[in-house]
Design a protein around this ligand. Structure first.
Ligand SMILES: [Zn+2]
Length: 285
């Protein structure tokens, strides 16, 4: 029995083969061309002769219809070896950020539970994260499922799954080159993304901003706090106040000096006691 913790278990009683799974080679992505609710009721209809192990909703719902010891009916000849995920959406849609997370959770679980490798595959003979259309006619000839936009998101799903398995997200590979002790522009604009940017460039920038007296955690992750500091610093240095570290802001980080303060005007000397003030002496006597 293999049910995924964290997925809503909503078993169907028809349209699958009990104990029908063979060796599991990977996870396949599908697009519903419909809604999660509509697909749910369709899979419960014997006439559908279709099902999948998992389903995602565009807001991030994750449902499991079929135990992964049982064969779902999602991709014909691919059924015995592939865990299937149906994703809510229309043909040609990309997956939402929440769906990418949900698919990554399934892949990470399939990796731990069934040994599915964390990589993209585009072959029905491969292993890893595949998709329906890669199986061609033997898999039912659904050449538009899940569509090119979703195919372009497979690498991101694998990346997120790897982060879940590692317990901590991987750092982005960024090389810092110092010139006269000053780190050169690494070539990417630091800003808040999902998942968040992590890496040596973020850390070295945070370090410098902390030295400049900004309240910022030096953790190598560009989150909302870093974005706030980036915006504040740009404002202070006269750049347009967006929450990003682009090439201009990066070089300002190491080169900018605050303008010298004009000293406050000198205090006038205190008045002398009245009795000693010249010119006030009464010389009429
Ligand atoms: Zn499909």
């Amino acid at each position: 029995m293999a049910r995924m913790p964290g997925a809503e278990w909503s078993p169907i009683t028809v349209n699958y083969t009990r104990d029908g799974m063979g060796e599991i080679h990977g996870v396949t992505l599908h697009i519903m061309a419909g809604t999660l609710a509509g697909t749910d009721s369709w899979f419960r209809n014997r006439a559908a002769e279709a099902s999948s192990h998992f389903g995602t909703g565009r807001a991030g719902a994750l449902r499991q219809w079929v135990d992964t010891k049982d064969k779902a009916w999602a991709q014909a000849d691919g059924n015995p070896h592939w865990i299937s995920i149906e994703n809510e959406g229309r043909g040609g849609d990309d997956l939402t950020d929440a769906q990418l997370d949900a698919c990554a959770r399934v892949l990470a679980w399939a990796h731990k539970q069934h040994g599915v490798p964390l990589r993209v595959t585009d072959s029905p003979n491969g292993r890893g994260l595949g998709h329906h259309s890669m199986g061609g006619s033997a898999w039912g000839g659904h050449l538009a499922c899940p569509g090119v936009k979703v195919l372009a998101q497979k690498a991101e799903i694998v990346r997120r799954a790897a982060a879940l398995v590692d317990g901590k997200p991987k750092e982005d590979t960024i090389k810092i080159v110092l010139e006269d002790g000053v780190p050169q522009w690494p070539g990417r604009v630091l800003k808040v993304t999902s998942p968040m940017m992590r890496g040596a460039d973020v850390r070295i920038w945070q370090e410098k901003m902390a030295k400049r007296g900004w309240k910022i955690d030096v953790d190598g992750v560009f989150g909302p706090q870093s974005a706030g500091v980036a915006k504040g610093y740009r404002k202070a240095t006269g750049l347009n106040a967006v929450a990003e570290v682009d090439e201009d802001a990066w070089s300002m980080t190491w080169s900018w000096r605050p303008p010298p303060q004009t000293p406050p005007p000198a205090e006038p000397p205190p008045p002398l006691p009245a009795t000693c003030q010249p010119g006030l002496v009464d010389d009429a006597n």
